[in-house]
Design a protein around this ligand. Structure first.
Ligand SMILES: Cc1cc2nc3c(=O)[nH]c(=O)nc-3n(C[C@H](O)[C@H](O)[C@H](O)COP(=O)(O)O)c2cc1C
Length: 143
């Protein structure tokens, strides 16, 4: 099982309703291709984890990378793993702005995470801890 994490910045014209529409199509595609993962969104910044068979993840990422609705697409980490972190989700979506306050507190300041995301390049443990925590919050908050 292969996983890839990247971050990017949404273009101005990529408004929330378009993001939700994209997500719905993405979930259909991902379910069909056994791709799971998580898309975090806040303040125009995306952080996405994709999991699945390597050729499928790479080919999806190539499409995502050339998607004109976002820019500054930067791969933070690629990894072979035993298990999926988001085995239940074709693409969990997480807009920090819409979270319950308790959940926001639990995760702390999102900007810190986007800055810290550089560290994903180096640390497998940090990646597991971070996305493990995201998964717990998603299980709690039924979004
Ligand atoms: C931030 C972001 C995340 C995306 N995530 C996915 C995804 O997980 N699965 C998916 O099928 N498309 C995703 N897309 C959409 C793809 O970039 C692309 O539109 C889709 O693969 C259809 O490509 P096509 O129009 O070339 O067929 C994402 C787009 C953006 C901007």
């Amino acid at each position: 099982m292969f996983s890839l994490i990247y971050r990017s910045v949404a273009k101005e014209s990529f408004i929330d309703s378009d993001i939700y529409k994209m997500l719905s199509d993405a979930r259909d595609f991902n379910a069909e291709h056994h791709i799971t993962g998580c898309l975090l969104y806040h303040d125009r910044k995306f952080l996405q984890l994709l999991e699945g068979e390597k050729p499928k993840v790479i080919s999806l990422f190539n499409a995502i990378e050339s998607d004109p609705r976002h820019q500054n697409v930067t791969v933070l980490r690629t990894e072979e793993r035993e298990d999926r972190i988001f085995d239940r989700w074709s693409m969990a979506f997480y807009d920090y702005g819409n979270l319950r306050l308790s959940a926001q507190h639990k995760l702390g300041q999102i900007d810190r995470f986007f800055e810290a995301s550089k560290a994903f390049e180096k640390s497998s443990k940090l990646t597991n801890d971070y996305f493990g925590e995201v998964r717990e919050i998603l299980l709690d908050s039924a979004l």
